[in-house]
Write a protein that binds this ligand. Sequence first.
Ligand code: FCB
Length: 444
Amino acid sequence: MPRLPAGFTWGAATSAFQIEGALTEDGRGASVWDTFTATPGKVRDGHTAATACDHYHRYEDDVALLRRLGVDAYRFSIAWPRVQPAGAGPANGPGLDFYDRLVDALLDAGVAPMPTLYHWDLPQALEDRGGWLDRDTAHRFAEYAALAAARLGDRVRHWITLNEPFEHMALGYALGQHAPGHAYLLDALPAAHHQLLGHGLATAALRAAGAPHVMLTNSYTPVVPAGESEEDAEAALAYDTLHRRLFTDPVLLGAYPDLGGFGLGGDLPFVADGDLDRIAAPLDGLGVNYYNPTRVTAPDGTTPLPFAIAEFEDADTTDFGWPVVPAGLTRTLLDLTADYGDALPPLWVTENGCSYGTGPGPDGRVRDQARVDYLEAHVEAVAAAVDQGADVRGYLVWSLLDNFEWAEGYHQRFGLVHVDFDTQVRTPKDSFDRYAALIRDQRP
Ligand code: FCB
């Protein structure tokens, strides 16, 4: 295994709705995901996150697992509806108390807390007023960021504003596969802008509270044209514009890419004067979530989109059906480095992982060799990118625990730790031990 530079940060990641449970405790308000999971037909087999990993009550056990894993950092998310049950107004003290306890437990364990302020659990009260399609949500988000920083900023150094605004827009507002469940296709675009504006305003709020390290986490995927044709190449470029450049150019370059290919040439009506300056506030790092490349072909005429998604035919796939292509991570990191040049802050792989359903064998051991292989290959892929000039500062595995995987419910298991959702018994898998050893070997 090649060595990553000294000072490289090793970590693991989770998110609030996927692990916490305790959805009505200590004054938490409902989120769009509470509503979505309660809507028949939205989540596979009607699974809900009512208990999930019961992390809200078992966080000390989970911090002990992080300590045993030997990670430097833990990326978790703060549930906005715990802090502001209706998405506005003063902080709900008991809700923030939970994160206060978690942060202290992490620091005691020698693990740096890395909270994400928004991992898709919008307070339902804000959705009732338009959610991310409404500009006001951006301002509410900054207000919430200020409340979180006022309470935790004396101990938290690393902040992440949003998780994957592309996925949230695409799955939540364009295709209806995630909460809040809208299928507005290209009319979902204001949800991109308002999330980015929220990111910019929240960054200013975090800075005002003295936050020393602020990042945005995007999902990235290298785009592969399905064939050799000019049309496939154009479709690949269009997909890259929507997935990557729409969420990166404004933040790093202060301008939107040309959306002419989407029938949106010229000024975007929802962008107000001064927005781009706010969105382009300097960052200390860019979070990169990578799972797989995307194969794209010319549009098939069934949607207004200038591309169609094609299957990978010759790659191994995880239980989720996602192709396993470690070289795609190297390429993602190198493409960002080449395409954004001096405008690019240091990169952090804030999520990378795989779904395999392997459970405990008769001896209780979870032999998830496929995840061990995935993990090793992707860490090597990061090292290869660093070798070729990418400035990468950290790598965080998705996920510490098997958890509630959104529309798939508990059917996809991404954890280094197996969770029995009937008993809440946690069993570290072989991949947990392999990651712990890898981290130990990387220490100077
Ligand atoms: C990412 C999400 C994360 C998890 C993984 C598998 O898109 O950020 O919450 O669901 O996918």
